[in-house]
Write a protein that binds this ligand. Structure first.
Ligand SMILES: [Zn+2]
Length: 241
């Protein structure tokens, strides 16, 4: 933010801080104009800068080669913000997923969008948030990835096409499954309804999710999109496990 603009906005920001104080999710410190970065209201600058950055796209894609046959990989480039083994960042994701702190998703989605804008040379046609089954959405109240996608779309100025893809299979958590079991678990999970089948023709699509683990979910959705005529699939997540 420019110094003059910052000075002009300072009284307003102090007033907002006074009305609704915000605390860092990691260290519980009050977030003020002095320790806030950009528009992030969920982490203080100290904690933010202490997080481990995610590896570069090439090494994320290399990991996929360990889990999938090369002709089964649908993803060309993969972007991520932070490493999830960092317990502090895992706490952020946990809050996003289970404590209904969906605003975190949007805030970090903006940051993710900025990272992609800086690193990617690809011009995307649309974003898709990895869909969750309607029953799971009812249970949880929302799909956290949709809020991340909202932030990404805002920065990259591209439309969100999430509504054209459905999750038709209700699956249990993937976390305890090995890679073969994950593949079986996810098989046939996503559907593009017949009336939307032309939507992705020749499109370059960015899939957005909260966490990249083996890439199984994202890869599967990517293949479904390629089968429906998409040209290229990249992916972006907040964290990488
Ligand atoms: Zn902090």
């Amino acid at each position: 933010m420019r110094p003059l603009l910052r000075a002009l906005l300072a009284p307003i920001n102090h007033f907002v801080d006074f009305l609704s104080p915000r605390y860092c999710l990691i260290c519980d410190e009050l977030i003020t104009i002095d320790n806030r970065i950009n528009n992030l209201n969920s982490l203080c600058s100290g904690c933010f800068y202490s997080l481990d950055s995610a590896p570069k796209s090439d090494s994320i894609i290399d990991r996929m080669f360990e889990n999938f046959a090369s002709d089964d990989i649908s993803i060309t480039n993969a972007y991520s913000l932070f490493k999830l083994h960092e317990k502090d960042f895992a706490k952020v994701i946990y809050n996003l997923k289970y404590y209904k702190l969906w605003k975190i998703g949007y805030e970090f989605g903006l940051l993710l969008g900025e990272k992609i804008a800086k690193l990617s040379e690809t011009k995307y046609d649309c974003v898709i948030a990895v869909p969750i089954h309607i029953a799971k959405k009812r249970e949880r109240g929302y799909n956290q990835s949709e809020f991340i996608a909202k932030g990404v779309c805002e920065i990259l100025k591209i439309p969100n096409y999430s509504r054209y893809v459905q999750r038709q299979k209700y699956t249990t958590s993937q976390t305890r499954l090995n890679s073969d079991e994950r593949k079986k678990n996810i098989d046939g999970a996503y559907k593009i309804p017949a009336k939307s089948s032309n939507i992705f023709l020749s499109k370059t699509v960015l899939i957005v999710d909260d966490v990249f683990t083996t890439g199984s979910t994202i890869n599967h959705l990517g293949n479904e999109l390629l089968n429906n005529g998409a040209r290229q699939i990249d992916c972006a997540t907040l964290g990488i496990a």
